[in-house]
Design a protein around this ligand. Structure first.
Ligand SMILES: [Zn+2]
Length: 403
């Protein structure tokens, strides 16, 4: 509400304003601006933001795991393709070897064929030469055979003699021709087989190129997935930072809330927040980021060995300022002990107190569990002093190191 300025002229108001500015700048130059009044609804609004962030984070994490699922599927497919391609490559080189063998055999038969043709030509030359010689000598000329015969019997025997010579030559030539035909047939057979091998090779090469295309597609898909993954990871780490910042704000507001009440706070005097275990699985402060994407600054300690049924106790008397669920802390409770001093109890399976409740030291706040961002049942326990998270271990007597 604005204060009414009854009957005051704008000039007078201006003067007062100027005077106030001068006083504040001259007299109080180093004074911090006074804290704005904080109400539970401010904390609730912030908590709602934190919840939204946590939900977004959970969504991204499931997308990320779906992506890594996709990635492993693509990897599997790629491995299969790689295998198929290598088998095909082997097949192609096998067919190439066969084709080379056929080429070798074909050139071998060609040499045989050439040799047989040469022999035939030589035989024919020999035959012609013999016939010519006989003609020239006049011993077995057809003419002499026909006209120098003394009688019919002599004529027949002369014809027989000529025929015998001619038949012998003809047989040799026929044999050579037959050999040539056989070699030619063999060569044609080899050429057919080579053509078959070549078409098989063409098929294999086409198949291989198809597989290569698929392989390239899987490689680019993989690249895409990895890019998406990197995007999600960077968004997740941003959200983790925001979550940290929101938690810091909650602690700061608890402090402001405490300041607004006249009650003074004291530090220390805490009891163990449960009664069954003194084992600490994760200490306060810097730690390796879980999965490379979570917070690296642990703002409390993790008490292990508590299961799902252990009663969670108020470490100190105070007022409940947070009692709700968030994706990161699960069911959690924050108790304000005044003076910026608060305690936080997270990952509860159930809560037994509500905001505004006054609790005594040792009063049951809830039951331990594994809700929120937790990999097993444990109690996350945090302490703020003057709005800063401090190491609870300096107050927890006889704790046992379990990290
Ligand atoms: Zn923790």
């Amino acid at each position: 509400m604005q204060k009414p300025f009854k009957k005051k002229t704008p000039n007078r108001f201006l003067w007062i304003a100027l005077l106030l500015i001068c006083i504040s700048t001259i007299v109080l130059p180093n004074l911090q601006p006074t804290a704005k009044a904080i109400s539970q609804s401010d904390i609730d609004a912030l908590q709602a933001d934190a919840n939204k962030l946590a939900a977004k984070k959970k969504g991204l994490q499931s997308k990320l795991s779906a992506l890594s699922n996709d990635k492993s599927k693509v990897l599997e497919k790629k491995e299969l393709l790689d295998e198929q391609i290598s088998v095909l490559s082997d097949q192609v080189s096998n067919v190439e070897d066969q084709i080379a063998d056929f080429d070798h055999l074909i050139s071998q038969t060609q040499a045989q064929l050439d040799e047989a043709k040469e022999k035939e030509a030589a035989q024919y030359q020999l035959f012609c030469k013999r016939v010519r010689a006989m003609e020239e000598c006049g011993t077995v000329s057809y003419w002499s055979v026909l006209f120098k015969a003394d009688n019919f019997t002599d004529l027949l025997s002369r014809i027989d003699f000529v025929n015998e010579i001619m038949e012998s030559d003809q047989r040799v030539i026929d044999d050579l021709k037959k050999l040539q035909d056989e070699i030619s047939a063999k060569q044609n057979d080899l050429k057919d087989q080579k053509a078959e091998s070549e078409s098989a090779k063409a098929d294999l090469v086409a198949k291989k190129s198809e597989l290569n295309t698929q392989q390239n597609a899987t490689v680019s898909l993989m690249k895409q997935i990895e890019e998406n993954e990197a995007d999600y990871k960077s968004t997740l780490s941003e959200i983790a930072k925001e979550e940290d910042a929101t938690n810091d704000k909650i602690a700061q507001m608890a402090k402001e809330l405490a300041k607004q009440s006249s009650a003074k706070g004291t530090y220390g005097g805490y009891i163990w927040p449960e009664a069954v275990s003194k084992r600490i699985s994760s200490p306060f402060g810097k730690r390796t980021s879980p999965g490379g994407i979570g917070s690296t600054n642990h703002k409390g300690v993790d008490i292990c060995g508590v299961g799902y049924t252990t009663q969670v106790l108020a470490a100190k008397a105070g007022t409940v300022i947070v009692s709700q669920y968030s994706s990161s802390y699960g069911n959690y409770v924050v108790i304000n002990h005044n003076g910026g001093n608060a305690t936080l109890y997270a990952h509860l399976s159930s809560r037994k107190v509500n905001v505004g409740d006054t609790v005594a030291q040792g009063q049951v706040l809830g039951i331990t569990g594994c809700t929120g961002h937790s990999t097993g049942p444990h109690l996350h326990f945090g302490i703020t002093e003057d709005g800063e998270w401090v190491d609870p271990l300096k107050y927890l007597a006889n704790y046992m190191k379990n990290w």
